[in-house]
Design a binder for this molecule. Structure first.
Ligand code: ZN
Length: 135
């Protein structure tokens, strides 16, 4: 497994359009479009920052994982995503090293990336996403 870079920082927000104002109007970043990931009941917006991105996540359903996160912890950083060269190999290696995986098989996330989440119990409380994406 090779970690290539910090792919993005996932931030849970109540209102995507409202939150974009800070990133676009104040920080001057540019949203590269929004996308709904049905499976995760979430609408996401990506804003590139240098070699990484900010990912804003708004729940599309009251019982979605992002809605539950905000209910428990409030808005804020929800996960860190690391780009890996080979996600299947990365998952196997994590398991061999004793890391509890939420996803034992990769699934598809925003932008067609193959992703897998590690359990926060294995990562000192951080929800870590592994992501493999071309380009
Ligand atoms: Zn993510």
């Amino acid at each position: 497994m090779k970690v290539l870079k910090l792919d993005h920082i996932g931030i849970a927000v109540k209102d995507l359009q409202e939150s974009l104002k800070f990133y676009e109007e104040i920080l001057g970043l540019k949203c590269e479009g929004t996308e709904v990931v049905e499976e995760q009941k979430v609408r996401v917006a990506f804003l590139p920052v240098g070699d990484t991105e900010v990912e804003l996540l708004e729940s599309t359903e009251e019982d979605g994982p992002i809605a539950k996160f905000i209910e428990k912890k409030g808005e804020g950083i929800q996960h860190l995503a690391f780009r890996v060269d080979n996600i299947e190999a990365a998952i196997e290696e994590m398991k061999e090293k004793g890391v509890r995986m939420i996803d034992e098989k990769p699934r598809y996330g925003a932008g067609g990336a193959k992703i897998a989440f590690c359990h926060p119990k294995s990562t000192n409380g951080i929800l870590v996403e592994l992501s493999e994406r071309n380009g």
